[in-house]
Design a protein around this ligand. Structure first.
Ligand code: URP
Ligand code: ZN
Ligand code: ZN
Length: 464
């Protein structure tokens, strides 16, 4: 199958020019001007941006959490991602405490296999790591799992102590892999939560009010110090506040290999959402929580100046009805997380490029290229170049849409509300190729399935 994409404005993290792209099978074969070649299919990209498929390095499909399971599985979640211009997700496999990480990986392979429409990879969530299990981390790396998420939050569930952090960090560093950190002091936060409950404070807003930004900053500070001593590259996930960002900047200034992602929810939404009437605030109960609005400018600056290198969604959807409602009368029982995998590209294009915070190249970098580079997908993914996977998005920079659970163009996620209900965005995904297959054709799902597991390379190694 040969596809010719004609007359587009091709934008990568470094380039910006008009041209044609010839796709042969799964790969980009040729790029040039006015290519005079035969093709089975021609896509006219006049007045459109042609960009590398988005990479969302933080999703939770089909994840058991908070007494329920996230509402999108790998089928619905990857279709929604494709509609939004994302062609690769990195999801999280989970180790059951006391069991092998390899078993955890097998479970997640079974969840995803044959269901995904776009490509996917896994980080491994490590919930314990005694000495005798350390060799598993090398085996995971050999199987393409070259990053691990550990939690300072959620005591009794996913939390691990500092000794476990250090052991896992050392091993990950020795293996040439990366640590992802959920950095919040969950032990202190649990004490604050107990005080709130004792005082009868049970509404959704108390989820946020019991998780001070200083406790996120403390977690980031501690993770950086441990990573520095253990000599492992560190990536802070879902960074939400200026206090936490300052710790990342300090670590980087003294030469520690640390960077961070933020998420659209922290760039666009704020703590006032928890003040919505009744129980509605539960829609935005996520961890870390939404912050005071002034933090948003600091996060945008962090993105612009590269202390934040990626925008991920932390897509972890729970329906308002029945799932979020489990926490009526007790915010601790609200499953933590919110949907967003479908909306990321439009939101960041709008907030970044349309609103003048950074340029098109930076947009591509934070939504695709940097995730590919940090997580061992580069240069197979994250760029438009001969030999790279033909993961390509035809993006209409002028189309305006209002994000809503009731807008069939913006909501294919299997969840009964939108995190960004009513937000108007300029810039929208029109068509999507995933390894050469046209999966979204002018807003219509053209092909489902066909997504593959991608074995990622170690830090600094190329994936071909
Ligand atoms: O609220 C969130 N973020 N849910 C998903 C789990 C996590 O901590 O990433
Ligand atoms: Zn987390
Ligand atoms: Zn997450």
């Amino acid at each position: 199958m040969r596809t010719l994409i004609k007359n587009g404005r091709i934008v990568t993290a470094t380039d910006d020019y008009r041209g044609d792209i010839l796709v042969e099978g799964e790969k980009i074969a040729l790029i040039g001007q006015s290519l005079d070649v035969g093709a089975d299919r021609v896509i006219d990209a006049t007045d459109r941006l042609v960009i590398p498929g988005g990479i969302d390095p933080h999703t939770h499909m089909d994840m058991p959490f908070g007494g329920t399971v996230s509402a999108d599985d790998f089928e619905s979640g990857t279709q929604a991602a494709a509609f939004g211009g994302t062609t690769t997700i990195i999801d999280f496999a989970i180790q059951t405490k006391g069991s092998s990480t390899i078993e955890g990986l097998d479970t997640w392979h079974k969840k995803a296999e044959g269901k995904a429409t776009i490509d996917y990879a896994f980080h491994m969530i490590v919930t314990d790591m005694p000495e005798e299990r350390l060799p598993e981390m090398r085996q995971l790396a050999d199987e393409g799992i070259t990053s691990y998420k550990l939690f300072m939050a959620y005591p009794g569930v996913l939390y691990v102590d500092d000794g476990t952090l250090y052991r896992a960090f050392r091993q990950a560093g020795d293996n040439g892999t990366r640590i992802c950190m959920h950095a919040e002091n969950g032990i202190v936060i649990d004490e604050i939560i107990k005080e709130a409950i004792r005082d009868g404070k049970t509404d959704p807003k108390w989820h946020a009010l019991t998780r001070p930004t200083r406790m996120e900053a403390e977690g980031v500070h501690r993770a950086i110090a441990i990573a520095e001593v253990a000599k492992v590259p560190l990536y802070i996930v879902h960074l939400s506040s200026s206090d936490a960002l300052e710790e990342v900047k300090r670590g980087r200034a003294r030469g520690v290999d640390v960077t961070a992602e933020t998420c659209p929810q922290y760039l666009f939404l704020d703590q006032s959402y928890y003040e919505r009437p009744g129980f509605e605030g539960a829609k935005w109960v996520m961890t870390p929580a939404l912050r005071e609005k002034w933090n948003q400018d600091k996060l945008w600056q962090g993105l612009k100046f590269d202390d934040l290198c990626t925008v991920a969604t932390d897509h972890c959807p729970f329906c308002f009805k029945e799932q979020k409602e489990m926490g009526i009368g007790d915010f601790r029982k609200i499953p933590n997380g919110a949907p967003g995998v479908e909306n990321r590209m439009s939101l960041i294009y709008h907030g970044g490029v349309v609103e003048g915070r950074f340029d098109l190249n930076r947009f591509v970098e934070v939504t695709s290229t940097n995730a590919a580079k940090k997580f061992g997908l580069w240069p197979r993914k994250g760029t438009i170049a001969p030999g790279s996977d033909a993961d390509i998005v035809i993006f209409d920079p002028n189309r305006v849409e209002t994000i809503s659970a009731s807008n069939p163009c913006t909501h294919h996620m299997r969840v009964d509300y939108s995190t960004y209900e009513g937000f108007q965005v300029k810039g929208f995904t029109e068509s999507v190729l995933s390894r050469g297959r046209l999966v979204v054709d002018k807003g219509v799902m053209a092909k489902t399935g066909g997504g593959q597991f991608i074995k990622r390379a170690r830090c600094g190694e190329a994936l071909r």
